[in-house]
Design a protein around this ligand. Structure first.
Ligand SMILES: Nc1ncnc2c1ncn2[C@@H]1O[C@H](COP(=O)(O)OP(=O)(O)OP(=O)(O)O)[C@@H](O)[C@H]1O
Length: 261
């Protein structure tokens, strides 16, 4: 089988994109995460699946720095970021999308992307209207294409369909040369055609960008990932290739049997 980008970067000695060691997160007496140990290589595409309450969102929140873990360590590209605030992790190339939309409805699609590019760039923020040859404007145009939104370039975000808004959220996560992205249920609420488009967009991302996708739609999750981590009750329950996970009898009994929401 051909070597994946993740394998090539890994054999070239690059640090893991993400490394969690013994990560736990308590909410009072409830262990939302218990002793999570997992590694994701640079460029690797990973799906994290599990029923409602399995701990997937808490896992994302600990990786981004929205929550601190109660115990354990988190390393990003070899660096211990366990106690780093979220913005320090963003500076190191980590991005995330949310289940709830965080877009500016009164601005155009291109303006939303442009502002995201500006927000993560190091230059000073200016209210002067950007010129068309501005490098950030060019980056914004490229992101527009990457998420298949070129026809909606000048449309106000409030007028976009729900699916187009989700596509725009992916563009915002791609602003500013990310190295690793956390996608939180990007297929939720999408039509079958929009799901196919999403699969194309994720499959077409530059190879060096790794990601973790939380997704309830197994068809999407298994098609856009090289490896799958199954969670249950705050623990890792199984890990394997999409084929291994799909055929695993325990996974089928617990998850594919309809126990998930
Ligand atoms: N801020 C919080 N305060 C208290 N309990 C929380 C908090 N966040 C999550 N939990 C609890 O932690 C457990 C894991 O929740 P989490 O949202 O991480 O699961 P999930 O796998 O993302 O579920 P879903 O698929 O429904 O989004 C649940 O029992 C949840 O009620």
């Amino acid at each position: 089988m051909a070597e994946t980008v993740a394998q090539r970067l890994s054999s070239a000695g690059a640090a893991n994109a993400l490394e969690l060691r013994g990560v736990s997160r308590m909410f009072g007496a409830l262990a939302a995460l218990s002793d999570i140990t997992m590694t994701v290589r640079p460029g690797e595409r990973r799906a994290v699946l599990g029923s409602n309450g399995a701990g997937k969102t808490t896992l994302f929140n600990c990786i981004t720095g929205d929550f601190l873990p109660t115990s354990g360590t988190i390393r990003l590209f070899g660096e211990d970021v366990t106690a780093f605030p979220a913005y320090e992790r963003i500076r190191r190339g980590l991005r995330r999308t949310y289940q709830i939309s965080l877009l500016f409805g009164g601005l155009t699609v291109l303006d939303n992307i442009y502002l995201a590019c500006r927000g993560v760039s190091r230059g000073r923020f200016s209210l002067i209207r950007p010129r068309r040859n501005d490098a950030l404007m060019q980056a914004a145009e490229e992101l527009l294409t990457a998420v298949h939104l070129t026809p909606a370039r000048d449309t106000l975000v409030a007028e976009l369909s729900y699916g187009q808004q989700r596509q725009l959220e992916i563009a915002l996560a791609l602003a500013g040369a990310p190295r690793f992205i956390l996608f939180d249920e990007p297929a939720a609420g999408l039509s079958p055609a929009e799901r196919r488009d999403l699969i194309d967009i994720l499959s077409g991302l530059p190879e060096h960008i790794g990601y973790i996708i939380i997704e309830h739609d197994m068809d999407v999750a298994l098609r856009v990932s090289e490896r799958v981590t199954m969670m249950h009750n705050g623990r890792i329950f199984k890990e394997g290739s999409p084929e291994e996970i799909e055929e695993d009898p325990e996974v089928q009994a617990l998850y594919l049997g309809g126990a998930h929401g």
